[in-house]
Design a protein around this ligand. Structure first.
Ligand SMILES: [Zn+2]
Length: 150
């Protein structure tokens, strides 16, 4: 099979990482991350986090204002909009991770600084609480500069 075509989809990219023996996370080259980022944005249902919520995330994590240029997510089927009306964004994920202490705040901050091209391999989607009402929401993948869960 043509290797270039194979990597046209996000699934092909993550399958290749699993095939290479990565089971939870991988650090990839700038070239691989660029190709995976393009593939991510070709997925159906990609939502961009609104600018004011990017600023809110920066505030939560003490990141330099304006550091997060783009943070996109693909909600799991049926989760693009919460029952309360809120559209799912990266803020739901980040706020939940901090509140539940899923990860230490500095680790989340370092990850979103985006220096490492970290790919976390998805394990059935990432659950979070709606930022507005607390209902359970689910995303299947998300991406920001230097970091991807897929
Ligand atoms: Zn809600």
């Amino acid at each position: 099979m043509d290797k270039t075509r194979e990597r046209d989809t996000l699934r092909a990219f993550t399958d290749r990482l699993r095939g290479d023996g990565f089971d939870a996370r991988a650090i990839v080259s700038d070239e691989e991350m660029a190709a995976a980022t393009e593939a991510f944005h070709r997925e159906e249902g990609v939502l961009d986090t609104p600018a004011e919520e990017l600023r809110y995330i920066e505030g939560l994590l003490n990141l330099p204002m304006g550091h997060l240029e783009r943070f996109s997510i693909v909600p799991a089927a049926g989760y693009a909009r919460c029952a309360c009306g809120r559209v799912l964004s990266a803020l739901d994920l980040v706020a939940t991770a901090l509140r539940r202490r899923v990860h230490d705040r500095d680790l989340v901050r370092d990850t979103l600084l985006g220096l490492t091209n970290l790919v976390e391999l998805a394990d059935g989607g990432r659950a979070a609480d709606c930022f507005s009402c607390g209902r359970a929401v689910l995303s299947s993948s998300y991406w920001t500069h230097g970091y991807m869960y897929a």
